[in-house]
Design a binder for this molecule. Structure first.
Ligand code: 13P
Ligand code: ZN
Ligand code: NA
Length: 283
């Protein structure tokens, strides 16, 4: 069966490694990261965004993820990424998701607390892990002054207060990473990670995993990041292989022909990220 990610991530936090969490959009992407977990004997978090839940339907995603967990016998969780809609969270929990993110980070602190606590109520009853976000993960404009930049990052005092008020299992504090591929090197506030980790015992989640240089990932993980989300790089790896097949043979019309190399590229990238996270052999 699919497992809640709570224990998996607590073990990662205390073992100073991170579990790699992959946003998948198709069956082959899901199979590719699962094969990577088998080959490296890693714990695994399969994730879907709200858009993919709407695209495929939560029941199909749960069914495929459940097969992955049952056939491999590996610790695998299924997580709903960046959800702002309470009703969709409830729907996914009913369908069998074992972890959900309530993203109320665009609201003031008190409203974020209120929405997160409300999700905690339904999730705890179902044994489902909850992730919340503080600060705002996003692209950083080149000309934003430091004060404004700072305002986007999670405040360590607020993190402590937030954990006390919500009891949320896992926390994604904004510390300077961004979704998508970075133009230069990401401007990660490692001192902030350290000061949050010093005061928050729960597993911390690193968003914006695509494009972070290896040394920066390792440092962030060593400081307390216990889960790393990877979306964009996986999509690119998958799509590039399909494009290459069609560039070579525009008349190709057998999906298996282009899905096989695409799945293989997903697997390879996932194995690289697992290595980076230090979760290889931790299943
Ligand atoms: P990337 O697209 O940068 O990999 O970010 C992934 C993420 O944080 C998903 O929640
Ligand atoms: Zn994210
Ligand atoms: Na990124």
């Amino acid at each position: 069966p699919l497992l809640s990610s709570t224990r998996m991530l607590q073990q990662a936090r205390s073992g100073k490694y991170a579990v790699a969490a992959f946003n998948v959009h198709t069956l082959e992407m899901l199979q590719g990261v699962t094969e990577a977990a088998i080959e490296t004997q890693s714990p695994l978090i399969l994730q879907s965004t709200v858009g993919t839940v709407n695209h495929l339907g939560p029941e199909y995603i749960v069914a495929a993820a459940t097969v992955a967990a049952n056939q491999t016998g590996l610790p695998i969780a299924l997580h709903l990424d960046h959800c702002t809609d309470f009703n969709l969270i409830v729907r996914c929990i009913r369908a069998g998701y074992t972890s959900v993110m309530i993203d109320a980070s665009m609201h003031p602190f008190e409203e974020n607390v209120r929405q997160t606590a409300k999700v905690m109520e339904v999730a705890e009853a179902a044994g489902v892990n909850v992730e919340a976000e503080l600060g705002k993960v996003g692209g950083v404009e080149d000309d934003i002054i430091v004060d404004e930049l700072d305002a986007l990052l999670a405040d360590p005092d607020e993190c402590v207060k937030f954990m006390d008020l919500t009891g949320v299992h896992t926390l994604a504090p904004a510390i300077g990473t961004a979704h998508g591929i970075y133009k230069g090197t990401p401007n990660i506030d490692f001192a902030r990670i350290a000061s949050i980790a010093e005061r928050v015992a729960a597993p911390l989640v690193l968003h914006g995993g695509s494009g972070i240089p290896a040394e920066q990932v390792k440092l962030a993980v060593s400081l307390g990041m216990a889960k790393m989300n990877i979306a964009t790089e996986l999509r690119i790896a998958f799509s590039d292989e399909i494009k290459a097949v069609f560039a070579n043979k525009p008349s190709e019309n057998d999906p298996r022909t282009y899905m096989v190399p695409a799945k293989q590229a997903v697997k390879q990238l996932a194995m690289d990220k697992m290595q980076l996270c230090g979760c290889v052999g931790k299943a």
